[in-house]
Design a protein around this ligand. Sequence first.
Ligand code: ADP
Length: 887
Amino acid sequence: MQHTGQTKKEIRQPGKSRLLRSLHSFSGISAPLLHDRALRMRIATISLLTLLAALAIIFGSARVARMIYHTDQTMATHRLVFEINEFIARHFDRALAYLATSPQIRSACMGSRTAAGNRDLFNMLVTAQGTLDASVVYVLDASGTVIGSSPYGPGRTLTGRNYRSRPFFLQALAGQTYHGAIFGTITDEPGIYFSRQVLSGKGGDPVGVVVIRVSMDSINSFIHNTLNGNQEAMLLSPDGIVLTASREEWRFRTTRLLPDWRKNELVKNRQPGEQILKPMPFLLKNHLVHYNGKDYIVDIQAVELPGWHVVTLQRVPYPFTVVLILTLLTILAGGMFAFTTLSVHRELALTEEVRLGRAERKKAEAARLETLRELETILAASLVGIVLVRDGLITTANARMTAIMGYTLAEMIGKNVQMFFPGKEEFRKFVRMYARQLAQRELEHIEYQLRKKDGTVIPCTLSGKAIAAPDLSQGVVWVIEDITERKQAENELEQARRQAVAASRAKSVFLANMSHELRTPMNGIIGITGFMLDSGPTPDQRKRLELIRTSAGLLMRIINDILDFSKVEAGRLELEETPFSLRSALDGVIANLDVQAREKGLTLTVNVEDQVPDILIGDPARLMQVIVNLVANGLKFTPAGEVVLRISRLKDLGPDQVSLLFEVRDTGIGIAPAKREIIFEAFAQADSSHTRQYGGTGLGLSIGRRIVRLMGGELHLDSEQGKGSRFWFSLPFAVARPDDFPEQESVAASGCPGGPPDNLVGHILLAEDESINITLAVTLLEDAGLTVRSVTTGKEAVRAWQEEEFDCIFMDIQMPEMDGYEAVRRIRELEIKKGGHTPIIAMTAYAMDDDRGRCLEAGMDGYLAKPINRSGLLELLGRFLAGGRDD
Ligand code: ADP
């Protein structure tokens, strides 16, 4: 349907079909019909035809009226003509012929005038006058003198008068019968003159003329008797002069223009006087004349008098009422016709619509059946259970649903959905929790326990959708999945995860223990070698002792590398965020490397650009570890030439944020392209001979790369075999203001600047179960001038503390009976009652990062990682004996 389009069209052309719209509102026919083009044309044609018919009525009815009236008029004209012919022309002609041939008149004309003859003549003329109803009848002799006349008034006679120049005499004497309307010379009144010659005998000479003069009144009475109220009439002479008429004012006026000579002639002959020979108010040229605001049709007919005509005028009134009624009827008929057309069209349109609707419905029904079939197939093939529930009862379910729940379809249909739940309470709980939600939105993957037919309870996910939310009465479709297998897999996965966590934890513990176990003897070896070197050995002994110390040092590095690597692997390497001086930190490590360089005859150049800020925030120890490793590698793999460490400012990352570029370049053996990635892997070296030739474990770069990544950078390598290598990385750093950077005191036990104090005074308690470590520490402390009491368990340590006053306690963590943490806790508790505070320094081979935190948490004041080195121990001790604290 195109309702929208048509409505738009109507809005666009508001005045276009006003007629159709009014018809529409009148007939109640729907607007779309009026926009049918063919229909519009039809309605327009009907309207046009109606209009034409109305116009035809308006204009044609005048013509019809004229035709109708014309019939009346012709009859009137005929009657007048008949009257005039019959009673005037023929009548007077006959009378004239009789008189002209009568012996009395002939003899009178021929001059036989006797008194008796005169009397007979007179009597005859009087009789003729009376019979003919003429105004006068008289006889003239050949000279034009009246020889006998009937009286034309009481006692008045024309006898003796001479009319020889008058036309009625001249024409009649010449042998032509005269008929004419002229004015009498005596009466000065108009009359119609009939005259005829009198012959001396048959075929004889003219001897006189007989004249009958008739007054106009006779003709006027004819006219008045014949006409009705709407008619006028007139008698015209051959010159077109009105001899008489129904209207007096028309008499002797001309109906056509007369030439002057004719007018003069007529006047001379005393024909109609000049004063009244004026033209009529209308000329009789047309069939229709307009006079006094009225229309008249003209009918002209000739009478038997030559040149004479009777003219009738018929007034034709305009038939207003008839026209009005006919016009209205026509418009009404047109309207009815248009209305019928519209109705018929509507009927047809409706029929068409119904037909289309039926076809559509058929199509829709076919489509619906198709969809239904498709849906049924989908339902049947679905891998999830689908069930339709209406009013709590199962309406339908698919095959998968029967498979999940173990019921047949027949067992489910019409049953309460509660049958799927393990119990009433579970079902109620489910309804309580989800019914309201379901009315508002779809529910997705709710995990719930359902009960199968065989009683097994299985974990399922339920997704629900109301067919016509929020009205749940129309039904809810549930999609149900059996997730038993998934749950099992999840459980297994969770178990595996737990096992993995436990394994990882075990690995960490193992590493910590291993490290402890390895460091403790190393501690002893390095320490004792140190003492022996200090105790004045022979040059030979010194050489061997130094060899022992170097080997032990290497071994210690390997142990440290493995420990670091394990930490990185376990994800337990944590970075510090502390302000530090980059240049001071470099100073602390470069000195040693410089010694190595010199020993090998190489140049080590350190170039820190001025733009590089000095105080940064980060982990100085780990940064130095990476740098030392790269520089040491450079020195190791460079037989001759130089190693350059360059630090430059790459770019600013924001206010107080910089990116620094670290490069270590050497002129050494270089690395083959194929090996450039491998060497970053753990325990990998570019060449298997390198272990033998240069030593090393192949862990340094692997640890370095991971540390750089943790710091937010990437360790890269450019190298040319035989020419040298360039390791570089860039790192972001926050720049600290110098005020943020406190005066650095000693941070850790190993390698503190400033060196240990020379002489210390104090009484020290050493709690340590390893005999080598005891010997080492006691010797070291006593050498420094301190007195030492040594115990081997935590319990003994607590007892010793109770017995004696100590200036400081060195506490091992792993001890039999009572470990270091517990011993410290006890001491701190006792201190609360007793008062005072004895500094306690933890000595531990647990070199994991969280060990330090744990020690401080347990109430210790300082922390010393094994293996103990002399300067570290004494420097830290010096601070505590002076009242400091390792924070
Ligand atoms: P290690 O040095 O302990 O073997 P590293 O991970 O530091 O372990 O180095 C791995 C290997 O990479 C080295 O054995 C060496 O083959 C190669 N390598 C590292 N640095 C350089 C260097 N500057 N020049 C040449 N080869 C190098």
